[in-house]
Ligand binder design. Structure first.
Ligand code: MN
Length: 448
């Protein structure tokens, strides 16, 4: 049988971490929707990956490492992996894998047991495996495996590309993070190898599959915690005789996380009817995500409320009320259960900063600085030249933030603290401090 455009089809799979359960699944979903954390985690995702490989009749499945989470989860994970690999074996689909920092022991053991599982680059070497597709087309998969938990140098250079067939690199590594303990590699090194494409494991945030073959992270197969937002799933890759690549991320993750921001002007001021507003927002997001949710069993949300409120206590009460009956924070859209995990109240008291800044009190001085940080467009009382003051404040803030661990949201790719992020963070802290000072004064006044 001749195929009009013969291809090699490979399903690429990123970090699975079999053996862990996704966090922050509301316990009541087990009763009300028959959804348990088990049904939404790596175990369920892995089964779907196997189904998809068989359904799409791929010529190989390629696993980019961190298949199992670690030694404590090894026994359960090992069994799940083996079951899936046996199904692929039965379907005649070979599996190629590299070991990540989490599975330096489990993967070599599995490769010894299952003859259709080919471990690339065992023990920190490089090796290749040829995949045969339609009409004798072939692809060379080349990779390197973690020999131990930490590797603080680049495993490159990689071997030369195959002389006759396009070469794909499969690697578990930290891209462009030179001080990483997890196989730091640079884009330049990968590019120099001259491969047709690179597929990376390790970072759970999925990158963008691209026809150019530039390295990208496959990402975790399903969101393991609320921080792993957006579309997750394996990537179906096809290459034809002209070496034209097509890639498609299959939306197979059983669980998806999304963030939603609601501005204070939507909240009203006196009576806040929060629950319908929240449900409206999550339903609208689900609608916007459309067909990408066809396989999504649960869609979890974190909601952030921003802006200023004239009476913040009304809002706090409304939030406490909806969070006290969390079973209400659930709705359905087609076959997907939508639920809210957390509400972050980042609103601040609506303050007349300009009036306060005229006063030479501590509150007035604080108000001046907040206005400076927030780029207040007109002249600020008590401030002759806002720009130098702003620079000094930000440089002080930068030093303070640099000493705090876990400030990655304010770091750009080069590891520098982002100036405007610092200013925004400082202004927000300033507003909170001011709110605190004023509320104490009120209490003090009443008590006196
Ligand atoms: Mn890893």
């Amino acid at each position: 049988m001749s195929t009009p455009d013969p291809q090699v089809k490979i399903l690429f799979v990123g970090d699975m971490h079999l053996g862990v359960l996704p966090s922050h699944i509301p316990p009541h979903l087990a009763e009300t929707r028959q959804l348990r954390a088990h049904d939404l985690g790596p175990q369920a995702a892995w089964k779907r990956v196997i189904d998809a490989a068989i359904e799409h009749e791929v010529h190989a499945v390629a696993l980019a490492g961190d298949l199992v989470d670690g030694n404590n989860a090894l026994f359960e994970a090992f069994g799940l992996l083996e079951t899936g690999l046996r199904r692929l074996q039965k379907a005649g689909i070979p599996v190629v894998a590299v070991a990540g920092n989490h599975d330096t022991e489990a993967l070599p053991r599995l490769a010894e047991m299952i003859e259709t599982l080919h471990l690339l680059g065992p023990g920190g070497t490089w090796s290749s495996h040829l995949i045969s597709g339609e009409n004798k087309l072939k692809v060379c998969l080349t990779g390197w495996s973690f020999p131990r938990r930490h590797v603080d140098t680049s495993p490159l250079p990689a071997p030369a590309a195959h002389a006759h067939h396009p070469t794909f690199g499969l690697l578990h590594a930290d891209l462009d993070q030179s001080s990483s303990l997890y196989a730091p590699v640079s884009s330049q090194e990968l590019h120099s190898a001259g491969y047709r494409a690179w597929f990376l494991g390790h970072i759970h945030l999925p990158g963008a599959p691209n026809q150019g073959g530039q390295p990208f992270y496959l990402g975790s197969v399903t969101g393991l915690h609320p921080g792993e937002t957006g579309l997750h799933g394996p990537v179906l890759v096809k290459i034809n005789a002209q070496e034209k690549l097509t890639m498609q991320r299959l939306p197979l993750a059983p669980l998806r996380w999304e963030n939603i921001v609601i501005a204070s002007d939507e909240l009203g001021s006196e009576t806040i009817d929060l629950l319908p507003l929240l449900l409206h927002h999550i339903d609208a997001r689900a609608q916007a995500l459309g067909d990408s949710l066809v396989h999504t069993r649960a869609l979890g949300f974190r909601v952030t409320l921003t802006g200023t409120m004239d009476n913040p206590s009304h809002l706090r009460k409304a939030i406490d009320q909806v969070m006290s009956t969390r079973e209400n924070l659930v709705t359905d859209r087609r076959g997907t259960v939508l639920f809210i995990d957390k509400i972050f109240n980042q609103t601040t008291l609506g303050l007349n900063l300009l009036a306060m800044a005229r006063d030479e009190s501590p509150e007035g001085l604080l108000a001046q600085r907040i206005l400076v940080l927030e780029h207040f467009p007109d002249s600020i009382p008590g401030v002759d030249d806002p720009e130098p003051m702003r620079e000094i404040l930000i440089s002080q803030g930068r030093q303070a933030l640099a000493q705090v661990d876990g400030q990655t949201p304010y770091l750009n790719l080069q590891g520098h603290l982002e100036t405007e992020e610092i200013a925004a963070q400082m202004a927000q802290s300033g507003r909170r401090a001011l709110e605190e000072i004023l509320s104490r004064k009120e209490v003090g006044y009443e008590a006196g």
